[in-house]
Design a protein around this ligand. Structure first.
Ligand code: SAH
Ligand code: SF4
Length: 361
């Protein structure tokens, strides 16, 4: 079947999704992006929402084989931002009308950390009169912890499944109880039960990952009724096991960006009213990656609001962009480039997932 005929269908089968994922020419690719953008216009409009990103700590108990801040990387200078600095960032995000913020860090499950995050959440919501949407992205926790943080003011939680191919998941993580595929699945269920808008996502272009794997990821998002998606290309980090193993054996940057854009587009067409982020990793491989992501159907941008001095230490992968831009400068240049592509930045609104609320009805 021709790509155009697939794109006209109301319901897509797995074979259809795979045909879209395997598009290998510019003409069909443009048709795919166009359809995705039309779908975005229909369900979301040409609106883009911001989440001011604060990467508040790079201390991590895990050893994911792809990640630059994994526990065993001894070259990393570890930090935890002070309460005061995090609140300062939150204030900046609030006063600049971003509407939402995302708090991200390495994973820790100790009591001190859990209490610290809870206290921060309460203080931010008090300071802003419950005026900010807050996304947490701080790894796997107990159900009680999810509950406590939800009650303290977090409304969304982003926990990527990384890949839904169990064998591949086990290849990119150490084989032990802290890196367990079934626990990860369970965590997503518990997040839903704890009342969050639930976000997940995958890395795209992992060595060994097939197009069918990526299609299965998209079907997984649908089956699990996911509200928001954050996904991006896999990028090497020199000081990691995978960064070493695959340094000469990885899809080209262009191919990984293209696959990332295809994933966004197919997710938009197939899942319709969810929030999809054009992530920093996309920008990491292509200076215009985020803009291309929006034109392929994404509607969320996560501009960094982390202090420049700490940003340097939060390196998940090589060449993370905008390490030296401060938040103020970043805001102006982003505004300009988004207006250039005809996107409407919605200031002062939380920009919650429409899908979450349609389920509640
Ligand atoms: N510790 C938390 C949040 C920080 S990591 C967690 O793991 O959930 C956030 C995301 O960064 C991960 O889910 C992973 O998908 C992504 N990431 C880590 N290393 C990466 C790399 N080398 N290339 C691309 N994305 C990476
Ligand atoms: Fe830690 Fe997250 Fe990196 Fe894994 S991906 S090592 S949990 S920061």
């Amino acid at each position: 079947m021709k790509i155009l005929d697939i794109l006209k269908k109301e319901e897509l089968t797995k074979e259809d999704l795979l045909a879209l994922m395997k598009i290998d020419n510019q003409e069909d690719l443009q048709l795919l992006f166009k359809k995705a953008y039309e779908t975005k216009l229909k369900y979301i409009g040409n609106n883009v929402y911001y989440r001011g990103l604060v990467e508040f700590s790079n201390i991590c108990i895990k050893n994911c084989k792809y990640c630059g801040i994994r526990k065993e990387n001894s070259h990393v200078e570890r930090f935890l931002m002070s309460e005061e600095d995090i609140l300062q960032s939150a204030k900046w995000i609030y006063e600049n009308d971003y509407g939402s913020m995302a708090l991200q860090s390495g994973e820790r499950t100790d009591k001190e950390f859990v209490d610290f995050v809870e206290k921060i959440l309460k203080k931010i919501q008090k300071m802003t009169n419950n005026g900010l949407g807050i996304t947490l992205s701080v790894g796997e926790q107990t159900y009680e912890t999810y509950k406590r943080w939800r009650e303290a003011g977090a409304t969304r939680y982003l926990l990527r499944i990384e890949t839904t191919n169990r064998d591949l998941f086990e290849k990119i993580h150490p084989k032990d109880e802290t890196h367990n595929f079934d626990k990860r699945l369970q965590a997503l269920k518990e997040l839903r039960r704890a009342g969050y808008q639930v976000g997940t996502g995958v890395m795209i272009g992992i060595p060994g990952q097939t197009e069918e794997d990526l299609v299965n990821d998209i079907i997984f998002f649908k089956e699990n009724d996911i509200d928001m998606i954050g996904m991006g290309p896999y990028i090497l980090h020199d000081e990691t096991p995978m960064g070493q193993e695959f340094k000469n054996n990885i899809l080209s940057k262009e191919k990984r960006v293209e696959l990332g854009l295809k994933m966004i587009a197919i997710c938009r067409i197939y899942l319709k009213d969810i929030n999809i982020a054009a992530t920093t990793a996309l920008q990491g491989l292509d200076p215009e990656g985020r803009e291309k992501g929006l034109l392929a159907g994404a509607n969320i941008i996560m501009p960094s609001a982390t202090k420049t001095s700490e940003r340097v230490k939060y390196q998940l992968y090589n060449g993370k962009p905008a390490i030296n831009d401060d938040a103020e400068q970043g805001k102006k240049s982003l505004e300009k480039s988004l207006k250039n592509i005809g996107e409407n930045i919605v200031y002062g609104k939380t920009g919650d997932s429409p899908h979450f609320f349609s389920r509640k009805k």
